[in-house]
Design a protein around this ligand. Structure first.
Ligand code: NBP
Length: 479
């Protein structure tokens, strides 16, 4: 046994992660893939890595020092279960199996429970940053036991991305906590991308600027409080010209957004937890709306204003859009962190929210300066109930508010869809409202279902005898 770490699954993510591991001092990396060709190719193309290849699970286990540690990077789902079964067969108690695929956290909880019964450790680990991240330094979100973290932590720290001197990896919490946090990361990514897309659309329709000119706007924004990878690549994409037609590439791309499902998982989970992640939900639904061409065929026949605006002062309008984007982004991140907090409470995970924001500062798609502000907020108030109530964000929202309202109103009047901008503002106003029309809903529920209500002026639970003489009676609390 010569290797201290192994990788199973040598498609693009697994081979890049294996190369990253091999490039770090002290690591010898065992590699295995179901079909032989990928292993042969990887070993042949990267002799410098000193890989220890194997061609059966038995050989793979024999090539690893104890406690054996293997990272699975295969297609999430049945493939993951198949590999886990094989590794459990050839590994021994105390060994560590890490699943670095994009697993649903409930699958990870199930797998961790089953594998733990054999005495082997199972760690579900979120890996962000795509192919480049895997090769040069991903943001890593491992769950699993404290025992496995002792072995895994030092190895993962060497391969993770580095943000301001700190490795972008932390032990998130037990069993499925890592995959849960990775899921919410992707949900926030959906919201961030949708908000940027809405900002682009408004600027284009409001000012008539070309995509290349709007690229300059985003490039400039990237020097300020919006600085982030997503803003940076937005400028790159908008600047790109199609070689074939000479048109801006963004005008040649079909306007139907794809999705691999992690946004939907984030929303489904939030619904189960009762956490309003409206920004993420709108972003996910906006992709759904875009990708139903048969429904969009009606576009010419529905009445409404033309999708263009009359804007007097283009610069002032662009600044309004910038602030509306910043405010909506604060809402989206706040909602995402609320979901993590709720998930931690539901599943018994001790998650350090500040540490989560820090490991997202590099190596992942939502990397941004802004995440430092989130870390500051949790450092000041670790049990902060709603992230956006931290002083820095309150100040930012106060500053952005006029612009935010103007942009949402302008979009609505002009017939420009801005679901994420407007739902974020509605959420914010919902939080602010001293009284919500939920009181009326309680009245309606009591009317048709005797669901009872509480009064603002005295304790107890009440029901009005709606179908009799409409007097109020004390009722049992049935919610
Ligand atoms: P893929 O998701 O395309 O999976 C291909 C790999 O899975 C191959 O090595 C294949 O082996 C193996 N595999 C399959 Br399929 N079924 C198997 C089975 N029953 N037993 C053993 N191996 C099996 O690879 P990827 O794009 O490198 O992604 C790997 C994981 O990383 C996925 O879970 C993905 O969601 C996650 N991820 C990807 C990204 C990204 O940017 N691509 C980012 C973050 C996370 P074979 O060669 O024998 O067919």
């Amino acid at each position: 046994a010569t290797a201290n770490i192994g990788v199973v699954g040598l498609a693009v993510m697994g081979s890049n992660l294996a190369r990253n591991l091999a490039s770090r001092e002290g690591n010898t990396v065992a590699v295995f893939n179901r079909s032989r060709a990928k292993t042969d190719d990887l070993v042949a193309e990267h002799p410098e890595a000193g890989f220890v290849p194997s061609f059966s699970y038995e050989e793979f286990a024999a090539s690893l020092q104890k406690p054996r540690t293997a990272i699975i990077m295969v297609k999430a789902g049945a493939g993951t279960d198949a590999v886990i079964d094989e590794l459990v067969r050839v590994f021994e108690p105390g060994d560590i199996i890490v699943d670095g695929g994009n697993a649903l956290f409930t699958d990870t909880i199930r797998r961790e429970k089953a594998v733990r019964e054999t005495g082997i450790n199972f760690v579900g680990m979120g890996v962000s940053g795509g192919e480049e991240g895997a090769l040069h330094g991903p943001s890593l979100m491992p769950g699993g036991s404290d025992e496995s973290w002792v072995t895994l932590g030092p190895i993962l720290r060497t391969i993770a991305a580095v943000a301001e001197g700190e490795p972008c990896v932390t032990h998130i919490g037990h069993d499925g906590a890592g995959h849960f946090v990775k899921m919410v990361h992707n949900g926030i990514e959906y919201a961030d991308m949708q908000l940027i897309a809405e900002a682009y659309d408004l600027i284009r329709r409001g000012t008539g600027k070309s995509p290349a000119e709007i690229a300059d706007v985003f490039a400039e924004w990237n020097h300020g409080e919006l600085e982030s990878y997503l803003i940076e690549i937005t400028a790159e994409v908008l600047r790109q010209v199609d070689a074939e037609t000479g048109k801006p590439l963004v005008d040649v791309i079909v306007d139907q957004a794809g999705a691999k499902g992690t946004g939907a998982w984030t929303v489904q989970t939030a619904l189960d937890l009762g956490v309003p992640v409206s920004g993420i939900a709108e972003a996910t639904f906006a992709r759904s709306l875009s990708s139903h061409p048969e429904q969009r065929e009606v576009s010419g026949s529905l009445p409404g204003p033309l999708e263009s605006l009359t804007v007097d002062d283009a610069d002032a309008f662009i600044e309004d859009v910038r602030l509306a984007l910043f405010a909506s982004k604060i809402v989206a991140y706040s909602q995402g962190f609320d979901e993590i907090r709720a998930g931690a409470a539901q599943y018994g995970w001790d998650i350090d929210l500040g540490a989560v924001s820090k490991i997202w500062r590099a190596g992942c798609i939502i990397r941004a300066q802004f995440l430092n502000r989130i870390a500051d907020a949790y450092a000041q108030t670790p049990d902060l109930a709603v992230l956006l109530t931290a002083p820095y964000f309150v100040e930012a929202l106060e500053r952005a508010q006029g612009s935010w309202r103007r942009i949402v109103a302008t979009a609505a009047t002009g017939g420009i869809p801005s679901p994420a901008f407007s739902s974020s503002l509605a959420y914010y106003d919902g939080l602010r409202a001293e009284r919500l029309p939920a009181a009326l809903i309680q009245g309606q529920r009591d009317f048709f279902g005797a669901h009872t209500y509480k009064r603002i002026d005295r304790p107890g639970t009440f029901h009005t005898l709606w179908s009799a003489d409409r007097t109020e009676v004390e009722a049992e609390d049935t919610h």
